[in-house]
Design a protein around this ligand. Sequence first.
Ligand SMILES: Cc1cc2nc3c(=O)[nH]c(=O)nc-3n(C[C@H](O)[C@H](O)[C@H](O)COP(=O)(O)OP(=O)(O)OC[C@H]3O[C@@H](n4cnc5c(N)ncnc54)[C@H](O)[C@@H]3O)c2cc1C
Length: 409
Amino acid sequence: MLRVAVIGGGPAGFMAAAAARESAGGGVEVEVLDAGVPLATILRTGGGRCNLANAIADPRELSRRYPRGGAFLLPCFTRFGSAEARGWFTARGLPLVEEDEGRVFPRSGRADDVRAVLEEEARGLGVRVHAREPVTDVRRAGAGFTVATPRGAREFDRVVIATGGDWRDRPGSGYRLARGLGHAVTPLAPSLTGLVAEDRWVGGLAGLTLRGAAATARFQGREAARETGDLLFTHDGVSGPLAFKISARCAFLEVSRGSPILLGLSLAPGGGREEAEARLRAAIAERQKGRVLTALASLAPRSLAEAMLGLAGIDPELPCSQLTREGRRGLSRLLESLPITIVDRVRGGEMVSAGGVALAQVDHRTMGSRLVPGLFFCGEVLDVDGFTGGFNLQAAWTTGRIAGLAAGA
Ligand SMILES: Cc1cc2nc3c(=O)[nH]c(=O)nc-3n(C[C@H](O)[C@H](O)[C@H](O)COP(=O)(O)OP(=O)(O)OC[C@H]3O[C@@H](n4cnc5c(N)ncnc54)[C@H](O)[C@@H]3O)c2cc1C
């Protein structure tokens, strides 16, 4: 009887455990060892609704949503991609719905239903799940492994490391287990965070959402990111999908007050200065007797228009007819690229860890280690991370499924 240990009972670990049993039927014993409460992470996802996948079915398109690991995932998505992951859940009685930007949720709106499907699947397949049993060490022992927990050491033929992300790399992290087995771990950093802005006017707009905004991020004179998405203004900066994308692209930049990320937010749909100038001219021409604020508020939300006039030093009450050429140019510049100075990330709010087990040492066909036979990795412990929108759980399902099928074979 083949004995498989899955270290980490998160989404990737449960998917791997189920696949291992499925691939080998009765010929394999699968145990999941979790440091805490298995599948607890699922409950926090998608604001308690669990955005478990994205409707983007084309593997190439899907792989572009990963700032790190997209090329590694591409062939994996052709085997178990978005359609397969969604099909896996619906086949187990979980109806799904698609929302904006292709985000897929359980129709019930309850992350707990996703947890229940995974738990039921594992139970039905005879997977043994151990809660509150942190793995402290994994060693090679002959052709197999000795897995140590505070309850003692046990022997397994194969080990799947599915311990998730922990960019602080605290004692007990899966990265430490991987290093102990000879694997390299790339530098780690928090990703998918809100961004802290220095500019006081930003906080004044707290609660405002800009739909489908575009932004470029520059760091030390170089473009670091160019992304689109919804942007939410908060008391201390910006958040929402666009800010998360920027945070992911800039995850490894050492941002500070002395070395900020300069965000340029475009309010001109075409993006260019001429386009911004033309739209502003038209808005002003239509309202010669009106106020500049009214003209600008036809191009941007009113509270933002007020903030822009403040930045340009223009009285909001000024009649359009009195706006100077210089004033108009200043406003056009702001419409084209409204500067926001990012000096920090929101601490503790990160959703994933960037960096992880080096992909060059992992075979994408099996998720097997290229260094240690019988060792597999899946989920966020790998050097793979995606944008928000269901992409991180998708990576967990994909890599978990592939790792489990190979570990159980
Ligand atoms: C607030 C929040 C919201 C999110 N929302 C979404 C979303 O809607 N959609 C999406 O796609 N992604 C979302 N994510 C990201 C997503 O949750 C993760 O990418 C995903 O859970 C990773 O799965 P995993 O199984 O690799 O790791 P995890 O879910 O982190 O699970 C790892 C498990 O391993 C256990 N473990 C760790 N070390 C050990 C050890 N030494 N021994 C034994 N057990 C160990 C942990 O207790 C844990 O249960 C969100 C993340 C957060 C924080």
